[in-house]
Design a protein around this ligand. Sequence first.
Ligand code: GDP
Length: 306
Amino acid sequence: RMERLRARLARSGTMGKALLSILSRGDLTEDDWDEIEETLLGADVGLEASDELMEKLRTETKVRGTTDPGVVREILREQLLALIDPTLDRSLDTVPGIGEDGNHHPATVLVVGVNGTGKTTTIGKLGRVLVAQERSVVLGAADTFRAAAADQLQTWGERVGVDVVRSDIEGADPASVAFEAVAEGRRREADVVLVDTAGRLQNKAGLMDELGKIKRVMEKQAPVREVLLVIDATTGQNAMSQAKVFSEVVGITGIVLTKLDGTAKGGIVINVQRTLGVPVKFVGLGEGADDLAPFDPEGFVDALLS
Ligand code: GDP
């Protein structure tokens, strides 16, 4: 799957390739550096990270004093990788536990993000990954705002062979559905419970109340191990402001960057991680059930530079 991303990035002319070509000119003028900055900003790297990267590139190219494309490529690779930080823990905590009361606690994962970013699809794909690992999974349809949302999750559940806890009452309390989903996970001694939520940004206070309540109520049953924020990579600066709102509302433990198959602007990976201080753990590379990949920093940088 990373291969497919690589092919796409290679076709569409990436930030990495553009930078490589400018840096290989040698004796870079201020115009060249402006061009580098434009390239970085155009790829959604963000101002702060772009400043830092420019600084590092200026120093490193000076220190090594060569325009050999192989060396320039190595410098760029090192610096991009340092920004993405391959040492971050990108695993998903899906190991069930035993509570103080001696009862089984499934690992619970709350999935948040603006509607349309790909939350439901991501949950379906994660379900598929977990089932392939022979883990037992329950899905919770706590997006009760849109009538079709629970149906969509149900369809995914059927597709990947996982049961869905939902409410038949439209507009039911999302927290009570989340509570029921975790309770069901406990009854069945399931390994993992994945909970889908609604993401209406129009009313930040409302969103805060709703997600806060869902999380609190879930914690009455079992600790919430992961809160995954789903972000649409094609929406650039919008995605960044959404990310900030969600991270203020609820503590995020990992990012899923969806629709990376639809953009060559890979810089958003750097920007979003830096802004939120949490790693990108998965990337969405298409609409199908198998189109989710663990984020691989080395593979990603190589794709940018290929
Ligand atoms: P939600 O409202 O956040 O639950 O978003 P959905 O899961 O309903 O997804 C919204 C749309 O984005 C759907 O048409 C999905 O098929 C599509 N989608 C989700 N993830 C990806 C992805 O990684 N790549 C592409 N190309 N489309 C995606």
